[in-house]
Design a protein around this ligand. Structure first.
Ligand SMILES: Nc1nc2c(ncn2[C@@H]2O[C@H](COP(=O)(O)OP(=O)(O)OP(=O)(O)O)[C@@H](O)[C@H]2O)c(=O)[nH]1
Length: 573
């Protein structure tokens, strides 16, 4: 059972239950929260939609984003070097249906393959529209279906971009029919999901894509306060040379300006500088914009909420958050110790007898593959976390113990050792000394820079935790035709069944069971196997033999003796 910290309300109730008078220290509970929802959002100014591009591997997400990004640089004021900061905005071409003078679209540019998981990890709640990229030459693939599922289960807008239409011989209508078959109601067939034919490579159809996204977003009537307390989310963060920790913040409500004090997870900032994806300084960021913030005390985590407050309030809130985290961390350590004890007990019980391990694991809840995740930037770390968190079932599952940005350190090894866990090093180095330490502590390190390979490795390790599935394969059957006794030394006798082998091969020493009237009445192993009084190792179909099972003296005419093997197969998720 997971341990947790009680809320002050709950703790008070418990105290009352025991006839004690609770005194809640409000100072210790103080925190900064986002402002309540606006009572009448229709009166607020419009904001740009936030768009995520998703789709199967190699269907062209990165190419599409790169082309869109370079278009935006060409159309906006040129200058600076285009940087990946987690998001960029693209102006909507003039002449669109919009009545607003200038409109832009914010595209999230989450790291490569992991975009899908990253958005899921962040609850996908910052996204207004999903562009589902389907390569015209490849059609619907597993991740295409995952995106379709995700969209069906949320209320984000959907635009389908059929990509690579520049390729000769592609059959676009085949892809459209396949989408229909997946339950996507395409506009061309009377539904409400628009389809645009594009080529990320040549830029064909991209203007139309931007206009279509804009039209879908307009239907959503996206509005937010441009004044008041900031609410935003960190998309990416890293330590930049000469700037210290920097983090891209996507603004959802309010505004972000230099000089403001910010709180985000366990860190805070006094905003020194705001820059856009062209590296240019900006004076303020409003809803729908993503800017890089300099001035963080420590690296903020991707996916964490950013809020503004007074310097004093933020200081107070941070002290409380840190203290709460310390308490929670000590509970995690406690849980790790309990877990270690539990797995030791399970190992002991498993050594005592093969079947007890199953019983122990059901009693104690699912087995856990505990992970310590390290990655190059926090966007990646969140993406990796999002991709592996759901792996497992009720019997064995993943538990992420901690995450962090930067190379693997000795304290990660120590933490993994305490938790009985595994370290994931995604796109980061493992220094030789740390590798040696991990080896001597028997802490596995999974290094990878390909998310799918990593997911497979983690799955394989979770499967290792599952009890093996025992499959029985019958290799031979014999029917008892008559019974006789043979005399052993002393006065003992042994019952022998005179049988005919009706199927396969019957072998001595193998596992065997007696089936009477369709029911298994005994399981053991074949002790004696004779052919014409000679002991033999095996006898094939059609032959007659004499046999008996160890510790069983009750064969009857008509019984079927099945010789079988037990094959241990890995469990499945
Ligand atoms: N002909 C053609 N090729 C394209 C187009 N878009 C992408 N490609 C090619 O398809 C391959 C995969 O493109 P990426 O943009 O890397 O695909 P992705 O979906 O971002 O792939 P992952 O990041 O691996 O998930 C590359 O070789 C691209 O050059 C297109 O519109 N037309």
């Amino acid at each position: 059972m997971a341990l947790s910290v009680l809320t002050s309300d709950y703790a008070s109730l418990l105290a009352l239950e025991f006839n004690r008078n609770p005194i809640v220290n409000d100072e210790a509970a103080f925190d900064i929260y986002p402002p309540p929802p606006h009572p009448d959002p229709s009166t607020l100014p419009a904001r740009p939609p936030v768009v995520t591009i998703m789709g199967h591997v190699d269907h062209g997400k990165t190419t599409l984003l790169d082309t869109l990004r370079s278009t935006s640089v060409a159309k906006g004021e040129a200058g600076g070097i285009t940087q990946h900061i987690g998001a960029f905005s693209v102006p909507v071409p003039a002449g669109s249906s919009s009545s607003e003078p200038t409109r832009t679209i914010t595209f999230l540019d989450t790291p490569g393959h992991a975009a899908f998981s990253a958005m899921r990890a962040r609850g996908a709640s910052v996204t207004d529209v999903v562009v589902l990229v389907v390569a015209a030459d490849d059609g619907i693939m597993p991740q295409t279906r995952e995106v379709i599922e995700l969209v069906k289960n949320s209320n984000v807008g959907l635009v389908v971009a059929i990509n690579k239409v520049d390729k000769p011989g592609v059959d676009i209508s085949k892809v459209e029919n396949a989408l229909l078959a997946e339950g996507i109601q395409l506009e061309a067939f009377g539904g409400d999901v628009p389809v645009v034919h594009v080529s990320g490579l040549t830029g064909q159809g991209l203007d139309q894509l931007v206009e279509t996204i804009s039209a879908v977003a307009e239907m959503q009537d996206l509005r937010a306060e441009r004044e008041g307390v900031l609410q935003g989310y960190v998309l990416e963060s890293k330590v930049a040379k000469g700037l210290g920790p920097v983090g891209t913040v996507l603004v959802l409500r309010g505004n972000l300006m230099p000089g403001q004090h910010l709180i985000c997870g366990m860190t805070s900032a006094k905003v020194r500088l705001l820059t856009d994806h062209n590296g240019k300084a900006v004076k303020a960021a409003y809803p729908g914009m993503a800017v890089t913030v300099c001035g963080w005390k420590e690296l903020p985590n991707a996916g964490d909420e950013v809020l503004t407050g007074s310097e004093a309030d933020i200081k107070k809130a941070l002290t409380n958050r840190l203290r709460k985290a310390e308490i929670e961390a000590s509970l995690v350590d406690l849980e790790a110790i309990n877990e270690q004890r539990r797995s030791e007990r399970e190992r002991r019980e498993a050594d005592d007898g093969e079947h007890t391990a199953d019983v122990a694991s059901t009693e104690a809840g699912p087995k856990e593959l505990r992970l310590i995740i390290k990655g190059d930037v926090s966007g990646t770390v969140e993406a990796v976390k999002g991709s592996v968190t759901d792996i497992g079932n009720d019997v064995a599952r993943v538990k992420v113990v901690s995450t962090g940005v930067g190379e693997v350190t000795e304290s990660d090894v120590l933490r993994a050792k305490t938790a009985g866990g595994v370290i994931i090093a995604f796109n980061v180095k493992v220094p030789r000394s740390v590798e040696n330490e991990a080896q001597s502590q028997h802490v596995p390190i999974l290094t990878s820079s390909v998310i799918y390979k990593l997911i497979d490795d983690v799955k394989a390790r979770v499967i290792d935790l599952l009890p093996p599935v025992i499959e029985t394969r019958v290799s031979g059957e014999a029917t008892v035709l008559q019974l006789f006794d043979i005399h052993l030394k002393g006065k003992k006798t042994k019952q022998i069944g005179g049988c005919r082998v009706t199927n396969g091969v019957v072998s001595r020493g193998k596992l065997a069971r007696v089936v009477r009237n369709g029911e298994v009445i005994h399981q053991g192993h074949l002790e004696t196997l004779k052919q014409h009084k000679n002991d033999v190792m095996e006898i094939g179909k059609g032959n007659e033999c004499g046999l008996n099972l160890a510790d069983f003296n009750d064969l009857r005419v008509g019984d079927v003796v099945e010789v079988y093997e037990e094959i241990k197969l890995p469990g499945t998720l």
